[in-house]
Design a protein around this ligand. Sequence first.
Ligand code: ATP
Ligand code: MG
Length: 364
Amino acid sequence: MSKIILTGDRPTGKLHLGHYVGSLKRRVELQNSGEYDKIFIMIADAQALTDNADNPEKIRQNIIEVALDYLSCGLDPAKSTLFIQSQIQELTELSFYYMNLVTLSRLERNPTVKTEIKMRNFETSIPVGFLTYPISQAADITAFKATTVPVGEDQLPMIEQCREIVRRFNFIYGDTLVEPEALIPQNEVCCRLPGTDGKAKMSKSLGNCIYLSDSADEVRTKIMSMFTDPNHLKITDPGSLEGNAVFTYLDAFCRDEHFERFLPEYANLDELKGHYQRGGLGDVKVKKFLNAIVQEELEPIRARRKELEKQIPEIYDILKKGSEVARAAAADTMSEVKAAMKINYFDDAALIAEQAARFAEKSE
Ligand code: ATP
Ligand code: MG
């Protein structure tokens, strides 16, 4: 069986460090590993509209931002198909049929959607499209027969929902769809990077992000004002690592070689943590160290983005061509789905012949 990747992001803002460690960096590695037959990377504008229906301009403006972030991180249109979700009508068509395979109570149980509904204060006015977005996500994944979906941890319930739809579809209509596997980061802290404010998740909607496109100054300012241990008031006080976002980011980004270059008094992160916990190590010093590491990681991305920003029409062309390729792949799956569901009337010569014979017999 072919190895196929499908993954993507909502164009609700620029991409941030959470996206980078949770999914984007891995995608680029997988792309360059040569182990995958096809890679589809989707800008999920239709999904973004499920909770931004009244703000289409925001989605429209952010498509190019996400595309710039993709390309500056190293996604390569020669190796990966970059496309825009709304341009693939088969995805909407598939979603409509998958809706018959999922119950309302199953959708309401989805823990990620539950949290997101709370976050957005929808209360009783939840848009139906928002509640059903896991179904549309199943359509996105299965349309490309994806075997692998590299995502952050918050997406695990969506992949589980997708697998259930695949099993139910194949059970009723015969083997057609492929069950995907989620690929979450190996490093646990990267599964859900907290915000600079220490909140559970860095998220565009929470405004607690360091963006890949932030200037060096913006990154420094954000890191220097990050949430640490609120009880660590004096340098001599013992500090806690629990919920301390600066140390969580170090867990995500720091390697031993960073100490040699930026903080040679310590051999590794364990030593630094030990000192912080004993007391005698100030937040500023740790934040400066984190800043050096993050700046080094972001600098080449920022530089590539600057160049790419001069090529906006060419980038739209990449997305247009990618959408054509994606459309053809989704159309192939759609024909198989229609045949399996017996809604391919005009292609079904046997059906027409059998009915013709039956009616002829009746009129004899
Ligand atoms: P929104 O607030 O609009 O939902 P978001 O910041 O949650 O935006 P998405 O576009 O929903 O971003 O997520 C895209 C991908 O990035 C998903 O695979 C998701 O799991 C991953 N991701 C998002 N935020 C984080 C994070 N803080 N840590 C790790 N992975 C993340
Ligand atoms: Mg999200």
